[in-house]
Ligand binder design. Structure first.
Ligand code: FAD
Ligand code: NAD
Length: 466
């Protein structure tokens, strides 16, 4: 007899493990299946956490080299890359073990192995020794995440032609690194290796980086990254990547048809990720996919089979850990008959470069396209006293509010702590706040958050400090 659960979650990433914990909190007998041998998914193992660790460590390395300009003299600063990588790995281990503890604490049964559908209520789990276990479940949530995509005909070897996974564990600082794609991964990982000493060239298909971001912010972002020494080659299409004795040659063609080759020791391909439905045996039970091979779901995350649900990167929407987590909670609540939902209009996006870039709600381009009349408030960190005091003045806050009602429609920030500051706007937007509501809220002095208040004041053309 196979063991029976009320709910089984396939995938132990931020979508899956959060969903399993919430189901258990709601009194459901739950199991979570994860194939990689450690919990936390892409995010904790090969994504958000190791990348943020390396971003922080490389920023510290960079900062310490300039401290003498501020009256702090130290000796020669040297990089110890193996030790830095160990520090990153330690952060990953602590957090993934932490998730295992949380599953145990919440009495979620954790199966280590690859899950696949035997029928619509049965999941076959194969562990690393190929030992098979079958479990039975009333409800099944698919949270199998995403994997990197490459360019046609080019395979990752994770040594010379790397995805983010290889870029997070290079054994040496490359002399020259070509980054294909100027999106989240390319700019975060490009920043890491540039700070550690690599000459970084970003080859981007479009005429701007970070597609979908407010154009004004994206333009400023590229300007700042160029100043930091990153080279950009816009409107370049990669034709081939050929490995040679010392690395690889990336051959490109620009918009005017001119060919250009880039010799380098490492190529990072960061042109997006795709939903991961590999090995689930979805065809057998008839779960429908959309045109992009993502699992098709209704508003309540149910697939076309009424006991099977899907969340996170494997379905439509931004591929972000907090989106996956929120969907995990919402689907668990829906399964027990509550009304879980996710507000897709207020999902923040943050790029953890220096400075950080953060965004929520609609961009100016989207508002124009929808013919929505809006007002803009802007405030530069150059005029913020805390930023001045610590000499960290790059960037600005931009708030977009409805022309008539003054309701906040979006906010876009570039600057120190932007990733933290965006949470204030998120709460304001969830409460349907106007820019005046933010402007009339007392903000501590001296803080970076005063720039948000001033930007809100500036919507009504009454900023005080500019
Ligand atoms: P995943 O985290 O991908 O988890 C799915 C899990 O399911 C995996 O562990 C996989 O092994 C497992 N699995 C797959 N198939 C099976 C199966 N058949 N049986 C059992 N287990 C299976 N997002 C942010 O919000 N902030 C960031 O700073 C950020 N940084 C990132 C940096 C990098 C380099 C990358 C690659 C991604 C980053 N992301 C970031 C995106 C984030 O990692 C994903 O959006 C998030 O992990 C998606 O969560 P998920 O639970 O849907 O899927
Ligand atoms: P992305 O979608 O962010 O960026 C891909 C970039 O590659 C785009 O600028 C696109 O125009 C460009 N591109 C596409 N095809 C190309 C080609 N053939 N030649 C040159 N350029 C090309 O994808 P990503 O950077 O791979 O990241 C994947 C996803 O992971 C992100 O969309 C995001 O959801 C998630 N992520 C989030 C964070 C974060 O939240 N801080 C960090 C890393 C990754």
């Amino acid at each position: 007899m196979s063991e029976k659960f009320q709910a089984v979650v396939i995938g132990g990433g931020p979508g899956g493990y959060v969903c399993a914990i919430r189901l258990a909190q709601l009194g459901i007998k739950t199991a979570c299946i994860e194939s990689r041998g450690s919990l936390g998914g892409t995010c904790l193992n090969i994504g958000c956490i190791p990348s943020k660790s390396l971003l922080n460590l490389s920023e510290e390395f960079q900062k310490v080299k300039t401290l003498s300009n501020k009256g702090i003299d130290i000796g020669e600063v040297k990089l110890n890359l193996p030790k830095m990588m160990k520090s990153k790995d330690k952060a990953v281990t602590i957090l993934t073990k932490g998730v295992e503890f949380l599953l145990k604490k919440n009495k979620v049964t954790y199966f280590k192995g690859m899950g696949s559908f035997k029928s619509k209520n049965e999941v076959l789990i194969k562990d690393e020794n190929n030992k098979a276990t079958i479990i039975n479940a009333d409800k099944i949530v698919i949270a199998t995440g995403s994997v990197p995509v490459s360019l046609p005909g080019i395979n990752f070897d994770e040594k010379i032609i790397v995805s983010s996974t290889g870029a997070l564990k290079l054994e040496q600082v490359p002399k020259k690194m070509v980054v294909v794609g100027g999106g989240y991964i390319g700019l975060e990982m490009g920043s890491v290796w540039s700070r550690l000493g690599a000459e970084v060239h970003v080859v981007e298909f479009l005429d701007h980086i970070t597609p979908g971001m407010d154009k004004e912010i994206s333009t400023e972002f590229m300007k700042i990254l160029k100043k930091q020494g990153i080279h950009f080659h816009m409107q370049h299409k990669v034709e081939t990547i050929k490995k040679n004795n010392s690395g690889a040659v990336v051959s490109t063609k620009d918009k005017d048809g001119i060919n250009k080759d880039f010799e380098c020791d490492i190529v990072l391909i960061s042109v997006g990720r795709k939903a991961n439905t590999n090995g689930l045996n979805l065809e057998k039970i008839g779960v429908e996919l959309d045109k992009k091979n993502r699992i098709k779901t209704k508003k309540n995350f149910q697939t076309n089979l009424n006991n099977i649900y899907a969340i996170g990167d494997v379905i439509e929407g931004p591929m972000l850990a907090h989106k996956a987590e929120d969907e995990g909670i919402a689907v668990a609540e829906n399964i027990v008959g509550q009304s879980g939902h996710v507000n897709y209009d207020t999902i923040p996006g943050v790029i953890y470069t220096t400075p950080e870039v953060a965004s929520i709600g609609q961009t100016e381009e989207q508002l124009k396209e929808k013919n929505i009349k809006y007002k803009i408030g802007k405030f530069s960190f150059m005029a913020n006293s805390r930023a001045k005091a610590i000499d960290d003045t790059e960037g600005f806050v931009k708030i977009l509010a409805d022309e008539k009602s003054d309701k906040v429609l979006g906010a876009h920030l570039i600057g120190a702590h932007a990733g933290e500051l965006i949470a204030e706007i998120g709460i304001a937007m969830e409460f349907g706040a106007s820019s005046e509501d933010i402007a009339r809220t007392c903000h501590a002095h001296p803080t970076f958050s005063e720039a948000v208040k001033e930007a809100a004041l500036s919507v009504d053309k009454r900023a005080i400090h500019s």
